[in-house]
Structure formats: C-alpha cells, structure tokens
Design a protein around this ligand. Structure first.
Ligand SMILES: NC(=O)c1ccc[n+]([C@@H]2O[C@H](COP(=O)([O-])OP(=O)(O)OC[C@H]3O[C@@H](n4cnc5c(N)ncnc54)[C@H](OP(=O)(O)O)[C@@H]3O)[C@@H](O)[C@H]2O)c1
Length: 262
C-alpha cells in the first residue's frame, strides 16, 4: 500500500453529517489531505457518493449510521472509530438541522429537535472523544457552528440558540483541555450553498416574502455578494484538523463572505 501524504496524513477522523453539503466537502478534502475516515449520517446509503469521492484519494473510508442526538449511538460511533483505526485524532461535529419558527409560538418539539441534534449531538460526541483523546495525549475537535451562533436572526431562534450553545461548549471545553494537547475550535459559516439553504421556504413564509426575495435580502448583507461553496468551509476544517492550528484553541472562526467584520 502506498504511503499517504498531505496535511492530515496518518490522522484518523470522524466526520458527522457527511452525506451531503459541508460534511461531504470536509470528508472529501480530509481524504485528499491523507486522513482515514469514519463517515456518519442517519443512514449508510446516502453516504455512497461521499465514500466514492473520498476513496479516490486512496483513503480508508468506513461508514456508520448514527443519529447524533442519541447518546448511546454516539458512544458506539466513537468506540467504533477507535476500534477500526486504533485511535481517533480528529472529530468533526458537522451534522445539523434547521427549523424556522417565530420565537413566541415556536413548537417546543421543534425547538427540542434542533437542540438535540445540533447541541446535544455535539456535546455527546465531544465528551466521548475527549475521554479518548485525553488518554491518548492529544487530538482535535472541529465544531461546525454558524454565524447564527454569534448573532441574532429573525424567525430562527431554535437554530441560533443551538449554535450559540455549540460555541459556548467549544470555548469551555477548550479551556479545560488546553493542557491536554487537545485543540477545540468552531467554524461559523455564513450562507453556504447546500440543501439546508433550500429549507428556507418556512423562513420566507414567516417573513411574508418569496424564497427568491429572502435569498436576495440575505445576499444583500454579504459584502462579497455571493453564497460560499461547501469546499471553502472544508479548507478551514482541514486547517483546524491539522498541526498548522496547534496554537489555536477555543476560537469561533467566521467565514461569511465578509458579513460582519470584526
Ligand atoms: N448551509 C449553510 O448556510 C450553513 C451555515 C452555517 C452553518 N451550517 C452548519 O453546517 C452544518 C452542515 O450543514 P449543511 O448546510 O451541509 O446541511 P445539509 O446539506 O442539510 O446536511 C446536513 C447533514 O447533517 C446530517 N444529519 C442531520 N441530522 C442528523 C442526525 N440526527 N444525525 C446524524 N446526521 C444528521 C445529514 O445527514 P442525513 O443524510 O442523515 O440527513 C447531512 O449529512 C450544519 O451543522 C449546519 O448547521 C450551515
């Protein structure tokens, strides 16, 4: 077998939510940079395209069906990666869901689901990964938060709350594990062209405008005047997963086409 090269050569990584969008792009870039991967989505069939793309780089790629909101399943996910690869160096918590809703009448069950997947999914995976990484003497965690985790937005309070919590957890856990050789950082993308953006129908309806008008308004707030592509987020995830970022922890890095500088 030829030796893998790249900025992530020899690293063993989990990417959750790898079936499409940002997670698929991260998985593909991680494979191209030499990582071996356990790719996760709620079902294995939908991972097929990502697996094929990642294997083109010669990566060892394994798959697993995991609902990240289920703590037991997440514990098995971390144990599985360790057993398959002999360890876990990088955890990318990317799986996420979006649900629009006016705060005053947000359905508690919708609010709860968003929190369970986005916040608790990240919490469970971080806890089990950290227990291993601490014993192993190091590791890297990359949490995909959002600009919605830093600022206010209309009609998406569950999503914003869930992502604010991800950033809070990132900072607190990073502080507690700064001396363990473990870095924990969050990426805060602005508008990225994925299926998640296509779920803006409810959001537009609540605002009483068309989806096209909503997108036009959102892009009007982006100095670059365009949506980002998933691979642009993946480049940052590679940096945070490799040794180049060893001096950085507890950060929530915005990548938003210039939306809100500073
Ligand atoms: N798109 C944006 O503009 C944007 C901006 C900022 C932040 N983000 C964040 O970036 C991440 C990826 O978003 P995306 O735009 O790529 O979304 P997407 O295209 O909708 O993909 C979401 C991914 O999450 C997985 N997933 C959803 N619920 C899950 C669960 N309970 N357990 C395991 N996997 C689950 C999906 O897999 P299945 O095949 O199982 O459904 C899919 O792979 C999310 O955390 C999102 O909040 C996105």
């Amino acid at each position: 077998m030829t030796e893998r090269t790249g900025r992530l050569a020899g690293r063993r990584a989990i990417v959750t939510g790898a079936s499409r969008g940002i997670g698929a792009a991260i998985a593909t870039r991680y494979a191209a940079e030499g990582a071996d991967l356990l790719l996760v989505a709620t079902g294995v069939p939908q991972l097929a395209e990502t697996v094929a793309a990642a294997r083109e780089s010669g990566a060892r790629v394994e798959t697993m069906a995991v609902d990240v909101s289920d703590r037991g399943q997440v514990e098995k996910m971390i144990a599985n990666a360790i057993s398959l690869f002999g360890g876990l160096d990088v955890l990318v918590n990317n799986a996420g869901v979006y649900k629009a809703g006016r705060f005053i009448d947000h359905r508690p069950e919708d609010f709860d689901r968003v929190m369970q997947v986005n916040t608790y999914g990240t919490f469970h995976a971080m806890q089990f990964a950290l227990r291993h990484m601490k014993d192993a003497g190091g590791g890297k965690i990359v949490n995909i938060a959002s600009t919605a985790g830093k600022w206010e937005s209309m009609n998406q309070s569950a999503y914003n709350t869930s992502k604010h919590a991800v950033i809070g957890m990132t900072r607190c856990a990073a502080l507690e594990h700064a001396k363990d050789g473990i870095t924990i950082n969050a990426i805060c993308p602005g508008f990225v062209e994925t299926d998640m953006i296509d779920q803006f129908d409810d959001h537009a309806a609540l605002a009483g405008i068309s989806v096209d008008k909503l997108k036009e308004m959102l892009l009007g707030r982006v100095p670059m005047g365009r949506m980002l592509q998933p691979v642009e987020i993946a480049h940052l995830a590679v940096y945070l997963g490799c040794s180049e970022s060893d001096g950085m922890t507890g950060q929530a890095m915005t990548i938003s086409g210039g939306m809100r500088m500073g």
